[in-house]
Design a protein around this ligand. Structure first.
Ligand code: ZN
Length: 280
């Protein structure tokens, strides 16, 4: 009897994700597990795939997405699985589809409209409700979700053009605690976007505090990614260190013609240096 697998992938070029050089191998899968990797020329598979000339790799993690709604509305996730993505991280840049304890205000405030411009999908009253929906109707990819500070502001505040009051901060903290208990992986901010621009550093620190006990992640679309990148980095470092959590700077970049030569100092110092250089 030849060795048997549910799926046998023959003659693949394997890149196994460990950093090892690529190598030629057959891969046998039984159930949902890789059962064998090597020369399986004598084996048989219920399904056999000839991978001659193709690369076989573990699924990719798309670590920065806004897939909160599409996981539910188009769960085949064709745009992702067709590229080899098997896990997505959502809830980035301060915007998450949940929680939304009351029907969302319409028209949906940008950038919340990025997830759903109709507002109808902002239907999950708690973060736990949202995660239950994902579990009941599993998408083709795995997902890990952040809870968004801008979404929390839209719930807790009637005027987004100012910093949150202590009572509003307390309301947002309770929602962060509920989300972390339900299974959120951390809190994201989008301090570059108008609905969160008026949030102070202290507001963000306080809102994020409950996630420290859950080993959460602070993911930020920083306040500035151009001339004030250095200050924004300092703010991000301060928030993560005061909360006591790990920091992820989303789409970290240094934009704008003033920065084409790179930057290692905050903007005013750099201007002073360049002024001095011109004078000398
Ligand atoms: Zn962003």
């Amino acid at each position: 009897m030849p060795q048997g697998f549910d799926i046998l992938i023959r003659k693949a070029l394997v890149i196994d994700g460990t950093g090892a050089e690529r190598y030629a191998a057959d891969v046998g899968v039984s159930g949902d597990r890789i059962a064998a990797i090597g020369n399986l020329a004598g084996a048989r598979g219920e399904t056999e795939i000839d991978a001659t000339g193709l690369i076989l790799a573990p699924g990719f993690i798309d670590s920065h997405t806004h897939d909160d709604r599409i996981l539910l509305s188009a769960g085949d996730m064709t745009a992702k699985v067709s590229q080899g993505v098997t896990t997505v991280v959502g809830g980035n840049c301060g915007i998450s589809l949940a929680p939304m304890p009351e029907p969302v205000r319409k028209p949906v405030t940008p950038p919340l409209d990025l997830l759903d411009e109709t507002g109808d999908w902002y239907r999950y009253r708690t973060f736990a409700d949202y995660l239950s929906a994902l579990e009941e109707q599993p998408a083709a990819t795995n997902s890990a979700m952040l809870v968004g500070h801008t979404t929390l502001r839209a719930i807790a505040m009637d005027d987004l053009n100012r910093a949150a009051t202590p009572a509003e901060i307390a309301a947002m903290q309770a929602l962060v605690e509920e989300a972390m208990q339900a299974g959120a992986i951390g809190v994201s901010t989008g301090l570059a976007y108008p609905p969160a621009q008026a949030a102070t550093t202290e507001e963000v620190i306080e809102v994020c505090r409950p996630m420290a006990a859950h080993d959460g992640l602070y993911a930020t679309h920083m306040r500035d990614e151009g001339d004030h990148t250095m200050e924004s980095l300092e703010e991000s470092f301060r928030i993560a260190s005061e909360v006591g959590v790990q920091l992820l700077i989303s789409h970290h970049k240094l934009a704008g013609v003033n920065n084409h030569a790179g930057r290692s100092k905050p903007w005013p110092d750099r201007q002073a240096d360049e002024g001095a250089a011109r004078l000398s």
